[in-house]
Design a protein around this ligand. Structure first.
Ligand SMILES: Nc1ncnc2c1ncn2[C@@H]1O[C@H](COP(=O)(O)OP(=O)(O)O)[C@@H](O)[C@H]1O
Ligand SMILES: [Mg+2]
Length: 259
């Protein structure tokens, strides 16, 4: 099978390791939420993380941009361990773009201002340059016409596309998405997934927590199935959705497929 020519390198093992989790452990009190997690995401790879609620998917994402600390193990980004604090941490947050379930746009700032804030404050861009870049990104996600409006004037799907543009404005090296479409009305899900698919095809390294199987099949190189704080199995989307091997994954898929 040939890879689409827009998505350069082939199988995961040929890629340069980019985000590497090695024996990562995390507790919340008594609860062991990440149990010795090993995961290597290659440069330009798109990994979909799937699994039951409470399995540790959000904690995994949050650990990667250090919104959560870990107790043991290591996480490296492009070969460097995650910084603990200070300037380096701010730099890390800029390098790791994150899009959450809720849009988190600043309500009292315009759409364009939402996108330019980070680049001006953190990257030190001049306003004119930041505005130009914001308009390009808003165009890319299809909401350029809304640039002077406020978030409440946009639909949920449009707001989530703005959230993606805002993350991209920082020129991240990797993008994390944590259930980016699960708070959206059904008719708006595809407009967001389409933006994510085109980002995936452009070669961005992406970790996407989602149960959207269409997206996984279209855009993911690999599906990672988590349950109870562990990676239970991983495979190509085709393999995973048609021939899951573990009972946990079979059970989970039968539940999400039956509605
Ligand atoms: N800040 C927190 N304090 C205590 N427990 C938490 C916290 N965040 C998550 N948890 C618990 O950790 C487990 C994993 O949560 P999470 O990573 O959000 O799972 P998922 O995203 O897969 O639904 C859950 O049992 C959840 O209740
Ligand atoms: Mg979650």
């Amino acid at each position: 099978m040939t890879e689409p020519e827009t998505d350069p390198p082939g199988p995961a093992q040929d890629r340069r390791p980019f985000v590497v989790l090695d024996h990562v452990n995390k507790h919340f009190g008594e609860l062991h939420v990440l149990k010795d997690v090993d995961l290597t995401i290659g440069e330009g790879e798109v990994v979909v993380v799937i699994g039951p609620s409470g399995s540790g998917k959000s904690t995994l994402c949050r650990a990667i941009n250090r919104l959560e600390t870990i107790e043991s193990g290591t996480i490296t980004l492009d070969g460097a361990p995650l910084p603990a604090e200070g300037k380096e941490l701010a730099q890390l947050r800029a390098d790791v773009g994150m899009v959450f379930q809720s849009f988190n746009l600043f309500a009292h700032k315009t759409i364009r201002e939402n996108v330019t804030l980070g680049p001006i404050k953190v990257r030190g861009l001049a306003r004119a340059e930041a505005d130009k870049r914001a308009d390009e990104l808003l165009e890319r996600v299809g909401v350029q016409a809304q640039a002077d409006k406020y978030p409440a004037q946009l639909s949920g799907g449009q707001q989530q596309r703005v959230a993606i543009a805002r993350a991209l404005a920082m020129d991240p090296k990797v993008m994390l998405f944590d259930e980016p479409t699960s708070a959206l009305d059904p008719e708006m899900i595809n407009e967001v997934l389409d933006v994510m698919t085109s980002l995936a095809k452009s070669g961005m390294t992406m970790i996407v927590v989602t149960h959207e199987m269409g997206f996984a099949r279209r855009a993911a190189d690999r599906v990672v199935f988590m349950a109870d704080g562990q990676i239970v199995e991983q495979a190509t989307p085709e393999e995973f959705f048609t021939k899951p091997t573990s009972d946990r994954a079979k059970d989970f898929l039968s539940k999400i497929l039956s509605h």
